[in-house]
Design a protein around this ligand. Structure first.
Ligand code: MSP
Length: 504
């Protein structure tokens, strides 16, 4: 049976439309999913929308519609955005779906029966934007440390999740599994947070109704984070299909932004331990995309819609930018100008020119029929190191590093052409013309294959122009990337430029 591989994005708040800060982790998860499919894994890739809680309720009130109606609208905008970006998610979960209600209620009952939930009174400072309480000393100038907005004093009778009982369990878990939080800087941050002492947290609300009622006390709805995190389990069958759940769980990767690491690396595994379930294998945190050095926000009017970028750069151009041009980990500054420069250099020039000139020469010098590659030559090694570099990079969730290895192969192939000068060989009637172009076509085939998780459209188009059967995503690594595995004698087609240059 195929190895299961389960990757998730956070589920996005359905209070507002998607911006590129949401597209960035979604494209990254998509690249991982597509990469693992090439290795024959049975991939579950889940994204979706987080629809309960005060944040969504208030956004709906501002619009004068019911929360459910507002959630329907915004959730649909996320779906549309992901379609435009060719996101290959296998599920799109909405926390307002019946399957989620049922799964969450079953899970809550287990945690309650196991004795980890107790009734108490809570008074605290609440940030609606975060849907989280803060202590006085966590505030910055008396405001939320993340949103710089005023917090509200809230007093409630709440149920508490006894997080304090999991300090040792979590520390032992992370000592045994250092890979479970990455990168290391985030891991250290989480460890010192756990060591500083964990407090029980309130996991129910009576002050609002827009949420999932507690099964044993329906006057309370579940704290939005408590049930939102559970989407990861609902989506693979918890409460409905235990065999399916056991097949995919624990998740291989939860990709999360740095602002929500604590929820995923402290609360979430403790909640799972409390129910006797396994914690995720890895929570991988990335930095934020900044615009002109600033965080994107509605009030700063600097949010960029994914669709606007797709209109300028195409889906592949946007995907390539997020993966190759932004390092997955630290914060990165988004700039349209820098994106144009890199698009022109890497996609229009390096990738596009290689495809264009090789196909052009092969169609005209070899009557449109692909000649066979030679058994040896510099491109044989270049292909092997591209496969190795891409594999190593993807294993480390280092997309820029992984794609860098593929672009090294593209540069090697372009240099090979410069050195061999097939146009001169052809003019001189040299029989090496075919084999030299055969080498280049073989390198192009491997480029199309390896680049397909990042730029699926261009890869598939190139695959077709090489006359290869099927689609890149139907191929299986490592064999398909082996030198000489491409058939010769296929009919070539030149086609229009895959990445037209963008003038600044
Ligand atoms: N609903 C919660 C997540 C629940 S997961 C069980 C949430 N939603 S969010 O819409 O506010 O943010 C979702 C993700 O988008 C977070 O990981 C956040 O870090 C990420 N990003 C939001 N803005 C971003 C950037 N500007 N750059 C990169 N990622 C950003 O939190």
């Amino acid at each position: 049976m195929a190895t299961p591989f389960y990757v998730t994005t956070p589920i996005y708040y359905a209070n507002d439309a998607p911006h590129i800060g949401h597209a960035y982790p979604t494209v990254s998860a998509d690249a991982l999913a597509r990469w693992r499919r090439l290795w024959g894994d049975d991939v579950a890739f889940v994204t979706g929308t987080d629809e309960h809680g005060l944040k969504v309720q208030r956004a709906a009130e501002e619009q004068g519609v019911a929360p459910r109606q507002w959630a329907d609208r915004t959730s649909a905008r996320y779906r549309d955005a992901w379609r435009e970006l060719d996101i290959s998610n296998t599920d799109f979960i909405r926390t307002t779906e019946p399957r989620h209600y049922e799964a969450v209620q079953q899970f809550l009952q287990v945690v309650y029966d196991n004795g980890y939930i107790k009734l108490g009174t809570y008074e605290g400072l609440y940030c609606v934007a975060c849907e989280a309480y803060y202590t006085e000393d966590e505030l910055v100038d008396g405001k939320c440390p993340i949103h710089a907005r005023p917090v509200e004093l809230v007093t409630e009778e709440n149920y508490f999740f006894e997080l304090s009982r999991f300090e040792d369990v979590l520390l032992e878990h992370y000592t045994a599994h250092p890979e479970a939080i990455q990168p290391e800087s985030r891991r250290n941050e989480v460890l010192s947070f756990i060591r500083s002492g964990l407090r029980d947290f309130s996991m129910s609300r009576t002050s609002l109704t827009w949420g999932i009622p507690l099964p044993w006390d329906p006057a309370h709805v579940t704290y939005v984070w408590f049930e939102a995190l559970f989407n990861y389990c609902t989506a693979v069958g918890y409460g409905q299909d235990r065999a399916r759940f056991d097949h995919y769980w624990p998740a291989n990767y939860h990709l999360v932004g740095k602002d929500i690491v604590r929820f995923h690396a402290v609360y979430w595994p403790a909640m799972l331990f409390a129910a006797g379930e396994a914690p995720p294998r890895c929570v991988f945190a990335h930095g934020h995309l900044l615009v002109g050095g600033e965080k994107m926000s509605k009030t700063a009017f600097n949010q960029i819609a994914p669709a606007d970028l797709v209109a300028d750069f195409g889906s592949d151009g946007v995907r390539y930018h997020f993966l190759a041009d932004q390092r997955f980990g630290p914060d990165g500054d988004f700039s349209h100008e820098a994106m144009v420069v890199r698009y022109n250099a890497d996609l229009a020039n390096n990738f596009g020119n290689l495809a264009n000139r090789v196909l052009k020469m092969a169609t005209s010098y070899c009557d449109g029929v692909a000649p066979e590659a030679r058994a040896e030559g510099p491109l044989v090694d270049a292909v092997a190191s591209a496969v190795e570099g891409m594999t190593r990079g993807m294993e480390r969730v280092d997309f820029a590093g992984a794609l860098g290895a593929v672009w090294d192969l593209i540069r090697a192939a372009n240099s090979y052409i410069e050195a061999q000068e097939p146009w001169k060989l052809h003019k001189a009637g040299d029989p090496a013309t075919g084999p030299v172009l055969g080498d280049c076509l073989e390198a192009l085939r491997v480029v199309a294959l390896l680049a397909s998780p990042a730029i699926p459209r261009a890869s598939a188009a190139l695959w077709g122009r090489l006359g290869l059967p099927g689609r890149p995503e139907d191929q299986r690594l490592p064999d398909a990337a082996g030198w000489g595995h491409g058939p010769s004698g296929t009919s070539l087609e030149q086609g229009a430029p895959l990445f037209p240059r963008i003038e600044t």
